[in-house]
Design a protein around this ligand. Sequence first.
Ligand code: C2E
Ligand code: CA
Ligand code: CA
Length: 699
Amino acid sequence: MSGYSEMAGRAGSDEDLWPLYARIYRDSQEAIMITDRHAHIIQVNASFSRITGYEEREVVGLTPSVLKSDCQPPEFYARMWAAIHLDGKWKGEIWNRRKNGEVYPQWLSISAVKDEEGALQYYMAMFLDLTEYKSAASKLRLHAQVFSHAGEGIMITDTELRILSVNRAFTAVTGYTEAEAGGRTPALLRSGRHGRDFYARMWESLREHGRWQGEIWNRRKDGELYPEFLSITTLRDEKGNVTNYIGMFKDITERKQTEDKLKYLAHYDSLTGLPNRALLQDMLQDVTDGCGRSGERLGVLFIDLDRFKSVNDSMGHDAGDKVLRQMGERLKRAVRAEHIVSRLGGDEFIVVLRGLKRADEALETARRVTELLERPFDGADNEIYMTASIGISLYPDHGHDLESLMRHADLAMYEAKSQGTGPQVFNEGISSAFLRKLRLERELRFAVERGELRLVYQPQVGLESGRLEGMESLLRWRHPELGMIPPSEFIPIAEETGLIREIGEWALGEACRQLGVWVREAREVPAIAVNLSGRQFMAPDLADTIRDIVRKAGCEPRQIVLEITESFGIVDMEAVIAALRELKSAGFRIAIDDFGKGYSALGYLKQLPIDILKIDKSFLTELTTDPKSEALTRAIIQMAQGMALRVIAEGVETHAQMARLRELRCEIAQGYYIDRPMPAGELEAGYLKAPRAASGERS
Ligand code: C2E
Ligand code: CA
Ligand code: CA
């Protein structure tokens, strides 16, 4: 160390201490660097080399800027040097660069060393590497920050559970500040909602596993209860002794609310707020259990709104929803609190009547429900009149569980709907009717291929001329075991199952075939009317199909009248109109069947490309007895004539009706008074002129 004795000598200090100074200089943990007054490095110690990576010989003669890192701006150094000139010293944190390029923080102090006269001799710089210290300190700072800024509430207690520290989130959730909570135990937050067992299990888990977590109800400072998700951790020292407990929690009020909401949604119908099927199932379990003991009965009313679909379709879903909500309200008000009102979905409601003494009580309630519907419902912008069909089943008479009670009430409801005579209590007859329907449904699938279907023809006769003006073809099904099955029974089944498409095509083909036979025999045949079900219009290619069938049979479209009913029961009226226009322009004639029976078609009447209007049977029945029916019939006939439509009165059964129709200038009549629908052969014999070629008098 060349400069050592020189410096020591020039310093002129107590010479006995020199060896000590030398040792301190050499062994110091602090790096020491000495420069001359022009800041050229004269000496450095071992710690300097250890920290910077430079050997003494590498830096002697250089300036300290060899260590500069660019981390400080020029002003920083300017201020540093100004301080040294003024005060003779500077200290602070500075980032420097090691020989290997690494930048590191150091704690630096620089002193100017002066002689007795105060003349500047040297500069002495001492510094410490702060790298490790820094990372330890920043870790602590980080921990502190995490603690205070954490989104979760944190509470640290000692082994006695006295609260030592809490963070901001703790205060935000509980309302207690650190000052208020400090020194107290977490019992401060107890809600009283959990029993002793709960806390015992918590401590057991803490003892065994060192941690516990779960949901817990606590109480805020303002008294409000709230649910939190809490996890408690035990802290131990190196020897394994418990030193602290740390509780971290999250307020889960909101999550709980969503959970409750979900639970609600799973059990209640969102439209009406009524219990849904799942909840009904649960509730009924308890109810039937109770019934079994008390010997009381239970009534299940299955309520189905009639024609609800057409309300939805014609007035919009908002109107439909409004009706359903009002229906729910009315039902709730109509029954006592101990009964259950539930919505199954769609337009189906269930009312469960509890504690019935007599079976009749169920029927009485059902009648009251029917009366509820006498008042109109508020639609979106008009009043809507609704009716409902109600089926009733009783516990224990018709079943022991909700499933079978509902099925039987449902069957009774269908019966009520088809009978139209008010609420129906389930009975075995209904069950067998249902079984018959199931069987017909199955058998109908094979009716066409087994050749069980036939067409009969009913003549339509001119009221003035008395001549055959047309005929309507009507389906007949003779089942080998069940015998004749009326179309009123199997057509709805065919419509429900979609079989109507195949059956309808068969009927049209058969009518054409028969027509072909008569034409080939050169008989004078009027057009044949064929019935089309609304359901058939659901096939987008209906018009093409019909044209094909007629063409293949060698017939002309003008020989066929297509009868459609006023109430299609279908949604897409536009599509129906389009198909009818296509058929009409292909040459078919279109008749509106059962006119007057339906509800809304008057508006469409102008748009429909029709040729013939068939007055519904129901008008005829009352034509001669009810002046209102007569007035209506008269109006329909006049309207039809105004629109240049042909009018056919259907269901004419008496001479008086015939006479009245003549007076009203109705053109054509069809009905039992004239003739029943009959097989082709009979019609041929009775109505179709013998072929001209075969008629002797003509030649
Ligand atoms: P609809 O089209 O209104 O047919 C007229 C019904 O009235 C026929 O009943 C006919 O037998 C009956 N009828 C005729 N004259 C009188 C009368 O003076 N008094 C009474 N009370 N009834 C009379 P049917 O043959 O039982 O057919 C019932 C319904 O079945 C038909 O009503 C029609 O909607 C449907 N239907 C029958 N054949 C077919 C078919 O080929 N296709 C389709 N889609 N439906 C058919
Ligand atoms: Ca018809
Ligand atoms: Ca009819």
